[in-house]
Design a binder for this molecule. Structure first.
Ligand SMILES: Cc1ncc(COP(=O)(O)O)c(C=O)c1O
Length: 383
């Protein structure tokens, strides 16, 4: 795949290796947003059908990305925390039952489980990585699998760790979770769009994605998937559009006990958002046209040489099999000053994130091998 920078409006100076923070805006997404804003100049041009049609196309586009057969399983959410709150609201635990999370998981996928555990007198079991950097990702995966025993009712985890990119083998985790009767709740915010995700293989009970990172969408809109185990559940809000027959505006106050089909009862109010929905739809069309496997391949290609140079000088990066190519941590050699590294990176106008002990690098198709090599040169103290 060729470099895709021309599809974005990134400035000529500076190196943006930080999609894990927020994706830059595709020109096509910006255009869709501007059209969405302009549309409200004349509301007479917005019909009652318009409340339903674009969101249905969006559900289909996301279903395609995650290989879900039924778009009725796809739900528009405003944030990952909203989608996770829906999952947690519909899980009842008995005292002593366990919820598994990875250590230092993103807060939106932690606090919700901490609260559920408190309310049900259940337990959150946090699985830490091993103390060694040798086979760190492999051993962390093994530790997680070892913890999934009878009494575990929820495994809430990402496909990659948001801070250091450790890749969790969700197919294996899912098999073990199903064996013990635990639900698998995946936070796909830092992976879906850039790392292939197939619901037919992983079989998550829920998959929750904020939209502004690897889905290349705007802020405040994301997408979720809930399987049949959430059918008949209780949404966290009751809005008119999620009720059966809401397409008929003349009958909205013939109050209706039935919800829309599939998982649509869980959609956020005002999910027809006439600005954000066309934007994330334009983004997903591009994401699907690229294909997440191509993103992995491209990021691997452009980072290989820089990583080789860094490793030769004592920097540490996880083995390929246990990390994303689109998001990974670089750990500094012993004795290196994190503050000095931060300063050097900043002075050279390179945008990355510092998370815990790691520098998190998250490239995409707008980056190049030249940019990555520049990062390596800067970290090695040659600039
Ligand atoms: C793994 C992960 N999940 C979720 C989020 C965002 O959560 P929310 O949409 O609740 O703000 C982030 C943001 O960095 C993240 O890294």
């Amino acid at each position: 795949m060729k470099n895709q920078r021309s599809k974005f409006s990134l400035p000529a100076t500076g190196i943006y290796l930080n999609c894990g923070y927020m994706s830059p805006m595709l020109k096509a997404v910006e255009k869709a947003g501007m059209e969405g804003i302009r549309r409200k100049r004349n509301p007479a041009g917005i019909s009652s059908e318009d409340f339903f049609t674009t969101s249905e196309v969006l559900r289909k586009e996301f279903a395609k990305l995650i290989h879900a057969t039924d778009p009725g399983r796809i739900v528009i959410i405003p944030s990952a925390s909203y989608g996770l709150a829906t999952a947690a609201k519909n899980i009842k635990l008995n005292p002593g039952e366990r919820i598994i999370v990875a250590q230092e998981q993103f807060p939106s996928n932690y606090y919700v489980w901490e609260r559920l555990a408190r309310e049900c007198k259940a337990v959150v079991r946090t699985v830490a990585p091993p103390d060694t950097l040798i086979d760190r990702g492999k051993k962390w995966n093994e530790r997680i699998l070892d913890e999934i025993n009878p009494g575990v009712k929820v495994v809430a985890i990402g496909n990659v760790h948001w801070a250091d990119g450790t890749r969790f083998d969700l197919e294996k985790i899912g098999i073990k979770a199903r064996e013990v009767g635990a639900k698998l709740i995946v936070d796909g915010t830092q992976s879906v769009g850039a790392l292939p995700f197939d619901v037919r293989k992983i079989k998550p009970d829920a998959l929750i994605c904020a939209g502004y990172k690897w889905l290349m969408g705007p802020y405040s809109i994301g997408l979720a998937y809930y399987n049949e185990s959430f059918d008949g559940g209780t949404p966290i809000e009751e809005n008119w559009i999620n009720r059966h027959g809401s397409e008929d505006f003349a009958r909205l106050v013939r109050y209706q006990q039935q919800y829309q089909h599939g998982s649509l009862r869980y959609e956020v109010g005002e999910h027809s958002n006439f600005i954000l929905v066309p934007m994330i739809l334009a983004a997903l069309k591009q994401v699907n046209a690229w294909g997440p496997d191509q993103v992995q391949r491209y990021c691997k290609e452009i980072s290989a040489d820089g990583i080789r140079q860094l490793k030769a000088k004592g920097f540490w990066v996880e083995d390929d099999a246990y990390r994303g190519q689109h998001l990974f941590g670089i750990r500094f050699p012993q004795g290196a000053s994190i503050a000095a590294m931060k300063d050097r990176v900043k002075r050279n106008k390179i945008s990355v994130s510092f998370r815990g002990d790691f520098m998190r690098v998250s490239p995409h198709l707008y980056n190049s091998a030249k940019e990555f090599n520049r990062l390596a040169t800067v970290l090695l103290g040659n600039k």
